[in-house]
Design a binder for this molecule. Structure first.
Ligand code: G1P
Length: 317
């Protein structure tokens, strides 16, 4: 039997293991949020009362992955502290069981490991630092500034698909054609696969990092979730600097694809939150706040009043 399988139907399950580790590249400088991110990593900016990074780790654990490697850089150790124990704080919260549970939850969520990326030479370069932790096994990559709605999970279907193909599994979302230069963009063909709950499965026929709109092969953008075979590390080593002079993960995956490794993707139809830019971050905070059981009703009421008020420059002005 070939190392990879073309048949994607569940009955073709090969008995390959599902990826059991997640890697979160989080070493970037976050210049878009300066000066807020001078001392605070952007991954720790709060969305209501939890940092972005916690939503991402929760997305991994919800999919059954509890071994999480953070790729960190200088000035980012507070990210690890967030998942560490705080006995002094716990003692003070003895009379406040809800807060105590929230604090303990961060400690018990996952096994957090770290690896430093000494220089920020690109996403591919960052993922390369996971090799000693991950080894030869398939693994998931979750970018540190985006996450999906927990009730519309994406990762479980990606993990299943990767266990079936043995190749690379991505997720795409549709972008405005003018926006292609912010993302990895792919050309695709229909896959002989079934629909997943959360989107159609396609086979990738090419990928390019941050193309100009006139050079983009489609408007399908790579979402920050990947399930990769261990072979990606060798491909990263062989990848030359690309877009922005950086070693791009997209280019390393394209190298593998050219060598016959199957690359599939799920065109995600759910809700993606992008906290990597101020506008997306604000939209994320508003959406999550509006849906919260504890403060959503009051917040939505205020939001409607605010949007319609003079103070917002809204419809009445
Ligand atoms: C990275 C990837 C890109 C992907 C994007 C998703 O870009 O390189 O292919 O589409 O994440 O958010 P970055 O946002 O790091 O520039």
């Amino acid at each position: 039997m070939s190392e990879y399988s073309a048949n994607l139907s569940p009955s073709a399950a090969t008995g390959r293991p599902r990826a059991a580790k997640a890697v979160i590249p989080a070493a970037g400088l976050a210049t878009r949020f300066l000066p807020a991110t001078k001392a605070v990593p952007k991954e720790l900016l709060p969305v209501v009362d939890r940092p972005v990074l916690q939503y991402i780790v929760e997305e991994a654990t919800q999919a059954g992955i509890t071994d999480v490697l953070l790729i960190t850089g200088r000035g980012k150790t507070a990210m690890v502290d967030h998942f560490d124990r705080r006995p002094d704080l716990e003692e003070r919260l003895a009379e406040k069981p809800e807060l105590l549970a929230a604090v303990k939850r961060t400690e018990e969520l996952a096994d957090i490991h770290t690896r430093r990326q000494p220089e920020q030479l690109g996403l591919g370069h960052a993922v390369g630092y996971a090799e000693s932790h991950v080894g030869d096994e398939p693994f998931a990559v979750l970018l540190g500034d985006e996450f999906v709605k927990p009730s519309e999970p994406l990762l479980p279907a990606m993990l299943e698909l990767q266990a079936r193909t043995g190749g690379v599994v991505l997720a795409f979302f549709e972008v405005d054609p003018a926006e292609t230069k912010r993302y990895g963009i792919a050309s695709v063909e229909p896959a002989e696969a079934e629909l997943t709950d959360i989107g159609e499965v396609v086979r990738v026929t090419g990928m390019v990092e941050k193309p100009k709109p006139e050079e983009a092969p489609s408007n399908l953008a790579v979402l920050g979730r990947y399930v990769l075979p261990g072979r990606i590390f060798d491909a990263i080593r062989r990848t030359e600097p690309g877009s922005g002079g950086e070693i791009q993960l997209t280019d390393a995956m394209e190298l593998l694809r050219g060598e016959g490794v199957p690359v599939h993707a799920i065109v995600y139809r759910g809700t993606r939150y992008d906290t990597g830019m101020p506008l997306g971050y604000l939209q994320t905070v508003v959406q999550i706040a509006a849906e919260r059981d504890d403060l959503g009703t009051e917040f939505r009421k205020w939001l409607v009043e605010f949007v319609n008020s003079d103070a917002s420059g809204g419809p009445n002005t």
